[in-house]
Design a protein. Structure first.
Length: 221
């Protein structure tokens, strides 16, 4: 991949890094507006890999093995993917990742296990497994992030499951996509991985540094 293409991809990631998708209440228009405001505020990684806006949680721009989750989307079980062989006259395939984290893509093998990989890593894996074409180029688009769901509950107008577009998003991005009841004064975050419960007043400045992860429950009270 040349430098220009990589720069285009990096810009696209920056535009959507903090986008938060609600099903069904949160519109795509609001997603675009939120991403635009994020970029306009200076929240794009600077040369040293840190977030430019000091009000945003600082993360490092590193390789996917060590990068902060807020900069990544790793494919998970039950995600819906569009997989295209760019340099061949083959129709794109729409595939659902199985519960085992694998897909059936005959040109690359019966069981291609891609859960836990970014789209770019999965593209490289599939491309290297396809021998039918010379220098195979693969493009993967994640159509449905079923594996990246948080549960919204409590004093809020839009309770239920909502998808996030990265492996982690700041709490303030989650809150920005919701309409809270006027009585809401605090938030309880229940961590999916550990079942640890964290309580905060909505006025607590520490919330600026809190991230929400897939499977977490965010309850306003």
């Amino acid at each position: 991949m040349n430098v220009r293409c990589q720069n285009v991809i990096n810009i696209a990631f920056a535009l959507t890094a903090m986008a938060f998708t609600t099903v069904p209440a949160f519109s795509q228009v609001s997603l675009v507006n939120m991403a635009d405001r994020y970029v306009a505020s200076g929240g794009i990684a600077t040369g040293d890999g840190e977030i430019a806006n000091s009000k945003l949680p600082k993360v490092k721009a590193e390789s996917s093995s060590s990068a902060h989750p807020s900069t990544l989307h790793r494919i998970g079980a039950h995600d819906l993917l569009k997989i295209e062989i760019v340099n061949a006259n083959v129709r794109p395939r729409i595939l659902r990742v199985g519960g085992d984290g694998c897909i059936v893509f005959p040109l690359a093998g019966e069981d291609v296990c891609i859960a836990g990989k970014t789209a770019g890593e999965a593209e490289a894996q599939i491309a290297s497994a396809i021998k039918l074409f010379e220098r195979t180029a693969i493009k993967i688009e994640v159509l449905d992030r079923t594996s990246h769901v948080v549960n919204i509950a409590g004093l809020v107008d839009q309770p239920g499951e909502q998808q996030i577009m990265r492996d982690a998003v700041p709490f303030f991005v989650v809150r920005a996509g919701l309409t809270l009841n006027r009585a809401a004064k605090g938030v309880r975050i229940v961590r999916n991985a550990s079942e640890v419960t964290e309580d905060f007043a909505l006025s607590d400045a520490r919330l600026n540094e809190v991230f929400v992860y897939p499977g977490d429950t965010v309850e306003f009270f």
